[in-house]
Design a protein around this ligand. Structure first.
Ligand SMILES: Nc1ncnc2c1ncn2[C@@H]1O[C@H](COP(=O)(O)OP(=O)(O)OP(=O)(O)O)[C@@H](O)[C@H]1O
Length: 824
């Protein structure tokens, strides 16, 4: 800022603007010995010049300001240069005022920050007036130039210069100043324009900044508002939380109190129950004691009663005895007196009677003594009874004391049992609680398990449904597209092959199962880098070596079903010898047997809806371009030559002399298959391995009639096991084998040509007639048929090139469009 004070015409820029002026231009210059400031920027001579010019102008202005007003007022002459300097400075002042009125007026703070400049500009207005009047005076009262120069120099150097200092080249200096000034002026004008544009830019920026400031303020106020509302909501939240917490605290307190109360009640209950138990035990004890007392008492009573009885009986007996004795004595005395009286009265006469009576008396006495003796004996027996009763009593007492002992032991036992019972009941309660918790957990887990099971079964069901739907949709799409579908099946290694197995991958085995990748042998390049060629093929479905015939059939069952719905269905197996074609098609549980089983069971179930089917089977082979009937008697086999007839109207190839077996059930089909196999095996003895050297075709015709709707459906299922493709070079065949191989290869290459022709845009000529096989299959390949090809491949490394060639052909077939099939 200090630099700007020395800048004569520096515009009054706002602080922000100033701050943007490059610092190098604004760096404070050191004061020169002459009082000038020297620019210290590194802009070279020009910068120095500019700085010098600026400082010189500043000096001029200072000088101009330093002119005492009195001197000016007195109209002292001045030099033209000085006048011009003044004039220029006035002009600049005015120009500045004109250029930057807004800057000055709008930004008082800026003016305060660059007070030197503002002061200068403020003075300029005054000065411009005095300078104008001075100039007019100079024009009228122009003094001698020397004087003028002296005056001028004295004005220019009012403090440090002596007017008589001749060594100071004032004119040169003034000229220098003049030239500097003009340079400065021009530079200033340039800078002025720049600064003007900068000012405009800065103004715009300032406006933008103000706008942004306003926006920021608005945002700030919005933020404040938001903050306030947030604060309010937060306070509300805190208040709510406090209230909730208090509520919860209160609730917890109430719950705690309730639990404590319940615990107290439980405790009291327990204490009460304990008291009841104690009371019961005491009552029991008391009862026992009472019972024991009663018992004792009864024993005592019994004893007393016995003694009393004894005494009473004794007394009674004694009394009775005494009474009887007394009575007897009295009677005796009375009789004695009577006898005496009688004796006395009958003295003599009765002497004999007396003696008799004495005898009688003696007898009676004896009787009475006997009776007395008996009474004594009775008394003794009563005594014995009493002593036995006493013994019993003693025994009873002993029993009583034993019982008391037992009772006290039992009481002690009862107490310990009670204690054990209490601890056991508490343990039982704990265990009950634990069991209840465990039961609960188990119930929850069982529920969860059941839920999970249900979910899993639902998911599985859904998956199966979706998989079936996907398969059906895929089939429908394929049918609508009219493509020949191709399934690839890899044979598992058989005995002796395990070491020679090629690397086969199934990249999408977890999802679509439609891609197969074969890795070729490792090849070394010229530079010695080993690489493996990979062959990737995509088909409608790829079955790995682990797939069973059941897995394979599940994928074609829909297609087989179509034959019952009145479509022509053709399924054939293609592949090199030993790749598993026969296993897939004609083995015990192969496609033929499964297809027939399904057709019969479906036909059965369709009976409910009014459908009845007539099924006929034919089985032929094409060997060396000859058609052989496989259902003739074995001795006729190979003798009957058959021809094909094209029934274009019906859209089928018929062989008039071919045996037809009516198939009523699966057994009929099995016997047909057995017969064909027998014929082929007989032929195999004639021609080595003939079964694999011929194409076998099983034709199942299905003619359905609906008795309810009178609909008719005529479908055909062709199940074909082609002869193994083989390269001549590989087979090293000779004679018959060579002929067979040539024939097989010809028919297979015809098949390839036919399929290629069907797949091409120009379908005007399709060479069906080139081989018996293609001629027979023309309505299955060329439209109106749902066709599926199995490409069977061997996993053996040695067969890799043959496998790749089979897969390439299969790819061509897969891309062949034969048009959608029509129901008949
Ligand atoms: N998926 C499979 N699972 C188990 N064994 C198989 C499987 N496929 C083929 N084989 C066995 O591989 C051998 C050759 O199979 P198969 O005779 O079916 O081949 P092929 O292609 O019909 O041969 P050819 O063209 O000579 O008639 C047989 O022993 C067969 O049992």
């Amino acid at each position: 800022m200090a630099d700007l004070s020395g800048f004569p015409a520096a515009p009054c820029t706002p602080a922000a603007t100033i701050s943007r002026i490059p610092q190098r231009q604004l760096t404070a210059a050191p004061v020169s010995p002459l009082g000038n400031k020297r620019a210290t920027n590194d802009h070279g001579p020009l910068s120095e010049l500019s700085a010098g010019a600026v400082n010189q102008s500043a000096l001029n202005i200072q000088q101009h300001n330093a002119i005492p007003k009195k001197t000016v007022g007195r109209g002292l002459p001045t030099s033209t240069a000085a006048a011009r300097a003044l004039d220029a400075s006035d002009k600049r002042g005015l120009a500045n005022q004109k250029r930057l009125p807004n800057a000055v007026s709008r930004k008082p703070s800026a003016s305060s920050s660059i007070s030197g400049t503002t002061t200068f500009n403020g003075n300029q207005a005054l000065r411009s007036k005095s300078a104008t009047s001075m100039r007019s005076r100079q024009l009228t009262q122009r003094p001698a130039s020397a004087q003028g120069e002296v005056i001028s120099s004295s004005r220019i150097m009012p403090v440090s210069m002596d007017t008589n200092n001749a060594s100071w080249d004032l004119r040169g200096r003034l000229d220098q100043i003049e030239s500097n000034y003009s340079t400065l002026l021009s530079r200033y004008d340039e800078n002025g324009e720049d600064l003007k544009s900068k000012v405009v830019a800065l103004e715009t920026e300032r406006t933008n900044l103000e706008l942004r400031l306003r926006q920021t303020e608005v945002e700030k106020s919005e933020l404040h508002q938001e903050m306030r509302s947030l604060k309010v909501s937060m306070e509300d939240e805190i208040r709510r939380t406090h209230i909730d917490m208090e509520d919860m605290e209160r609730k917890h307190k109430i719950e705690l109190e309730e639990q404590q109360r319940l615990a107290r009640i439980n405790e009291e209950d327990h204490a009460h129950q304990l008291r009841i138990k104690d009371d019961e035990i005491a009552a029991c004890k008391k009862k026992l004691e009472e019972e024991s007392d009663i018992h004792n008492k009864s024993i005592e009573d019994l004893k007393r009663a016995l003694i009393e009885d004894n005494l009473r009986v004794t007394q009674e007996l004694q009394r009775e005895f005494a009474l009887e004795k007394n009575g007897l004595m009295a009677e005796f005395q009375e009789q004695e007196q009577n006898i005496r009286r009688k004796c006395e009265s009958q003295t003599a006469s009765l002497h004999s009677e007396l003696s008799q009576l004495a005898i009688e008396h003696q007898r009676e006495r004896d009787t009475l003594s006997d009776e007395l003796e008996n009474a004594r004996k009775d008394l003794l027996s009563v005594h014995a009874q009493v002593s036995s009763t006493e013994e019993k009593l003693l025994l009873q007492q002993k029993i009583n004391s034993d019982l008391r002992q037992v009772i006290s032991d039992q009481s002690a036992n009862i107490l310990s049992v009670e204690a054990t019972k209490i601890s056991l009941s508490s343990k039982t309660q704990e265990l009950d609680a634990l069991i209840a918790t465990k039961d609960n957990a188990i119930r929850i887990l069982e529920q969860r398990l059941a839920d999970a099971d249900e979910k899993v079964s639902c998911a599985k069901e859904k998956l199966m449904r979706e998989e079936t739907l996907r398969r059906n949709l895929h089939n429908q799409v394929q049918e609508l597209k009219g493509n020949i579908r191709v399934f690839c099946r890899v044979r598992p290694p058989i005995a002796g092959e395990t070491n020679e197995i090629a690397e086969i991958r199934y990249p999408d085995k977890d999802t679509e199962c439609s891609t197969i990748e074969l890795l070729g042998p490792s090849i070394e390049s010229a530079t010695g880098i080993a690489s493996t060629k990979s062959h990737v093929f995509g088909f409608d479905r790829v079955f790995s070596a682990h797939a069973s015939n059941a897995d394979v059939f599940s994928e074609i069952s829909q297609l087989v079903q179509s034959a019952l719905d009145g479509y022509n269905v053709c399924i054939f197996c293609y592949g090199q010898t030993g790749s598993g074609k026969t296993f897939t098609m004609s083995s015990e549980d192969g496609m033929i047997s499964r297809a027939v089983d399904q057709i019969f069971s479906t036909a059965d179930s369709l009976q409910d809806r009014g459908w009845s089917y007539r099924m006929e089977g034919q089985f032929l082979e094409i060997y060396n371009e000859t058609i052989n009937d496989l259902l003739v008697d074995t001795n006729e086999f190979d003798n009957k030559k058959l021809e094909m007839r094209n029934d274009a109207k019906e859209g089928k190839i018929s062989i008039p002399d071919l045996s037809t077996a009516v198939l009523r059930d699966q057994h009929d089909v099995k016997s047909v298959l057995r017969k064909a196999a027998r014929n082929r095996s007989v032929a195999a003895t004639k021609a080595n391995e003939r079964s694999s050297r011929s194409h076998s075709v099983f034709i199942l015709s299905l003619n359905g009639t609906n008795t309810v709707t009178s609909e008719e459906r005529h479908g055909t299922l062709n199940l074909i096991d082609l002869a193994g493709s083989e390269r001549l070079a590989h087979s090293q065949s000779t004679d018959d084998r060579l002929r067979e191989t040539v024939s097989i290869n010809k028919s297979l290459s015809c098949l390839r040509e036919v399929i290629t022709a069907i797949g091409s845009k120009d379908r005007s000529h399709i060479p069906y007639r080139n081989s018996k096989l293609t001629y027979l299959l023309q309505y299955s390949l060329g439209g109106n048929s749902k066709t599926l090809m199995f490409v069977n491949i061997s996993p053996v490394k040695q067969h890799l090139s043959e496998t790749v060639s089979s897969l390439r052909f299969a790819t061509v077939v897969n891309n062949t469009h034969i048009g959608p099939a029509k129901r008949k």
